[in-house]
Ligand binder design. Sequence first.
Ligand SMILES: Cc1cc2nc3c(=O)[nH]c(=O)nc-3n(C[C@H](O)[C@H](O)[C@H](O)COP(=O)(O)O)c2cc1C
Length: 221
Amino acid sequence: MTATRAQCPETRHDRHGPRQPARPAAVTGAAERRADPEHAAGTGRPPQPDELRRVFGAFPTGVTAIAALVDGTPVGLAASSFTTVSLDPPLVSVCVAHTSTTWPLLRDRARIGVSVLGAHQESACRRLAARDGDRFQGLDWRVTPAGAVLIEGAGAWFECGIEQHLRAGDHDIVLLRVHALDADRAVAPLVFHASRFRRLESAAESRSPGDPRPAGDQEST
Ligand SMILES: Cc1cc2nc3c(=O)[nH]c(=O)nc-3n(C[C@H](O)[C@H](O)[C@H](O)COP(=O)(O)O)c2cc1C
């Protein structure tokens, strides 16, 4: 599978906080980066936040909604740091910034919902990351008997309990134990890459004319 850019992603997001203004193209090209001692490997200089954002962002991810009911109201945030961890015991993880004002409300919940957002849920994702307004306004969601909030129409969902918090720099790695889960493989995932929302495209559709492999051989999962 390959990823294509979404049609209207003009707002660039970044889960690692506010970005510095973009540098002029002249200093961001590959040739200039090679010549720029700031980008030279092995200089001993620690990587700078902007550089980390740019390079971390080259790793494509899905996007999840992490949510639970708090005092009868759904509370949540968008998170692209979700990772599956272990089958036995069943564990997943998510990294949450120490600056998050939402996580402190969620961290003592008995159950937390993790919804893997679909390609059609880009605006839901933007809303779930918004600084202002009701993040759940206009969203279809449901609550489990134990209080986890799940987004309807997502490609997969997990009902989790918090197993462990591990302090890791400016984030916490939150280890979550999975108590219930399901997936709808018919839902195409939302993809986040280089600060933009993208969609998957089947390899058969994007195959270059010179590629001799049959389409079925190109599926990676
Ligand atoms: C695509 C996307 C992915 C994000 N991933 C994370 C993440 O993995 N961890 C995190 O702490 N914040 C992440 N954020 C930021 C949160 O969704 C949210 O904006 C941030 O926590 C600030 O809101 P809060 O103060 O209500 O927590 C992401 C935002 C976007 C748009």
